[in-house]
Write a protein that binds this ligand. Structure first.
Ligand code: FES
Length: 317
């Protein structure tokens, strides 16, 4: 974690504020990979993950945007109500689980609400690369959409289409019409509330394969908070030690209690900090950060929330 200073706060939409952060020591940041997020610890000591949405090559400052959540447990509400310009916060280094596909040369992006943030950083990158893309931005109204002025301005001219007030019953047809206009080879990216992303994925699957659909969740999978199904064993491949994970403990708690060096941040299966390689056995995935392809391969597990379908997992630890 490093200390950062809030240089500027801007109200970007109803309940959405952006925070321009500079390093407290005056040094430049590293350039970051579009789609990356950072951990930010606010004045209440609560740490949350926020996508970076400044131009990825701009090392002078990072920009994050925060939606004040109605059910905030001290993260977003504190950043809206308890901080002001000039204050310092703690911030982690950028991490990325939501990348532009290396093999893609055309892109179509679907954002809803605050989900526009990682896609905005991707749009900056695609502008710089000169690759064709369209960003479809869904919001209840212009007042609910962040960065409208920027996205309507010359930097993104002809690249952004706004979709305001689309009713849930009409969403599928609206998405299908957007995808029908997109090149068949274009990869699809989406970020927003889970029902929105689920619909994007469902519609996109009609015209392209799983490998061409990319998404990022901001919320935990409901399965993350489900009751553990039972106990299982984990074997640490380097030592052959076998540990029991009881029904009332998480895998990461058991591993950390044994002295394994595993970091955690969100503990909700969102940030990807605690991912461990699996050598044998079948995980029961309860996270929202591994892709469906990664989950199907059973080669990784999110140790804070996921468990095991097989009696034992062998981990690369
Ligand atoms: S700690 Fe964030 S996914 Fe496990």
């Amino acid at each position: 974690m490093m200390k950062v200073r809030i240089e500027r706060i801007v109200d970007e939409a109803l309940d959405i504020r952006s925070f321009r952060l500079v390093r407290a020591d005056g040094q430049p940041f590293d350039a970051y990979e579009p789609g990356a997020h950072v951990d930010v610890t606010g004045p209440t000591g609560v740490t949350r993950q926020y996508s970076l949405c400044s131009p990825p090559e701009d090392r002078a400052a990072y920009l994050v945007a925060v939606k004040k959540e109605a059910a905030s447990r001290g993260g977003s509400a504190a950043l809206h109500e308890q901080v002001e310009e000039g204050m310092e916060l703690e911030m982690g280094a950028p991490r990325n689980l939501f990348r532009l596909a290396a093999e893609a040369r055309e892109h179509v992006m679907f954002a809803a609400g605050i989900g526009v943030t990682p896609l905005l950083s991707m749009a900056y990158k695609l502008n710089a690369r000169g690759e064709p893309y369209v960003l479809h931005y869904f919001a209840r109204s212009p007042e609910h959409a962040a960065f409208v002025e920027l996205l309507s301005g010359p930097v993104f001219a002809g690249k952004v289409e706004f979709h305001y007030g689309v009713e849930p019953a009409d969403l599928e047809a609206e998405l299908a019409a957007c995808l029908a206009r997109a090149p068949a080879a274009a990869h699809v990216y989406t970020c927003g509330p889970a029902p929105f992303m689920n619909k994007v994925v469902e519609v996109a699957r009609h015209s392209r394969g799983e490998d061409a659909i990319h998404l990022e969740h901001f919320q935990a999978d409901p399965a993350a908070n489900a009751a553990p199904a039972g106990s299982f064993e984990v074997e640490l491949a380097s030592s052959g030690v076998v540990l029991q994970v009881p029904a009332d403990a998480s895998l990461v708690d058991v591993l950390q209690a044994h002295g394994c060096d595993i970091d955690t941040e969100c503990r909700e299966g969102i940030c990807g900090t605690c991912i461990v390689e699996v050598l044998e056995g079948e995980p029961e995935h309860r996270d929202n950060c591994l892709s469906s392809k990664e989950k199907a391969s059973n080669r990784q597990i999110c140790a804070c929330v996921s468990r095991a379908r097989s009696a034992r997992l062998v981990l690369d630890l």
